[in-house]
Design a protein around this ligand. Sequence first.
Ligand SMILES: C[S@@+](CC[C@H](N)C(=O)[O-])C[C@H]1O[C@@H](n2cnc3c(N)ncnc32)[C@H](O)[C@@H]1O
Length: 358
Amino acid sequence: MSSALASEARRPEEDEVEPGSGLEAEGAPTGQAENFIEAEEPFDDGDSAVGDDDGASYTTSLKSVVTDYIEENKRRYHAARGSTYFLPNDEAELDRLDLFHHCLTLRAGGKLHLAPIDPTPERILDLGTGTGIWAIEMGDKYPDTRVLGNDISAVQPEFVPPNVSFEIDDFELPWAYSSKFDLIHGRYLAGSVRNWPRLIQQAYKFLKPGGYIEMQDFDMHFYTTHGEFKPGCPLDKWARAVASGVSAFGMDPHPGPQLKGWMQDAGFVAVKDNLLPMPLGPWPKDRRLKEVGTLDLMQFLDGLEGISLRAFTHTHKWEPEEVKVFLALVRREMLNVKMQVQHNYHIVYGQKPWDAKD
Ligand SMILES: C[S@@+](CC[C@H](N)C(=O)[O-])C[C@H]1O[C@@H](n2cnc3c(N)ncnc32)[C@H](O)[C@@H]1O
């Protein structure tokens, strides 16, 4: 988009698409009948936590050495992979990740993992741990287990259960752990991984025979089965533009549906893909899904700028102000319960064979 357009602060119209803007239509997402979530009828959001459209540490030793951050568009980013990891790592983003943790755990039926692991695991690894909230809760659930979380950003809390620790590491580099794990977990790494098959092969190598890998991740296409969401609407264009921006950084924006195949290719057995459609907004009839949808909406509203800024400004060359204007349209559609928008969350696990050699 031109800067002249930006200075007029004109909102992009639904079917006004400029080549290279990142908003070109792709194939329309299809409504998937098997993913049907029953909507509340008539819709009542009187008890919803969402009222308006504002949506508005480290292991001690590491705190001092990992301060390698940069600022862009008033958001803080990790610098070492600054040109490729698209999300910020500031307080606003960390709050969003913690909120999303509650949403995702609720969607998983209140469970932190679905893999049927040994009830007394020795060692668990959490890849790209973020705020470390999953690792900390796993440490509480399995007090005799050593839980290790790694991340490129040292943003984990200082005071954690004694069996939980964090390290700064790039999980795409060769791993150097001296002992193997019972469970290797990675959640919401969409947009963080360049080479998924290699990551999953490394996990295979560093699991004990009989150990499990569990990945929980997304297909970020939005769709509806019975609502008013239409391919090509601002929300659809936004999601596709974020995905193409992330792809341009060399990262896969939709790992969820591919996880099962990657695990099978790496040698894992009994691989199970649990496809969990996630409602966006408080429109479902089912109370638990209503809560999931409300939390998902809150994290999207909180995260809209953080999720969008790098993808739109780096890849699609928009001005930050243009992005903000466009996000107002996206925000409005996210809040429209008649659209009955959803997206797919996959919880996929597999087991390393007991007779595996390495
Ligand atoms: C979207 S967040 C998800 C955080 C956490 N897994 C969760 O579910 O709350 C992705 C995390 O992966 C981290 N990350 C991205 N690339 C990484 C890499 N190459 N090695 C380690 N961590 C990485 C980011 O810093 C960020 O904390």
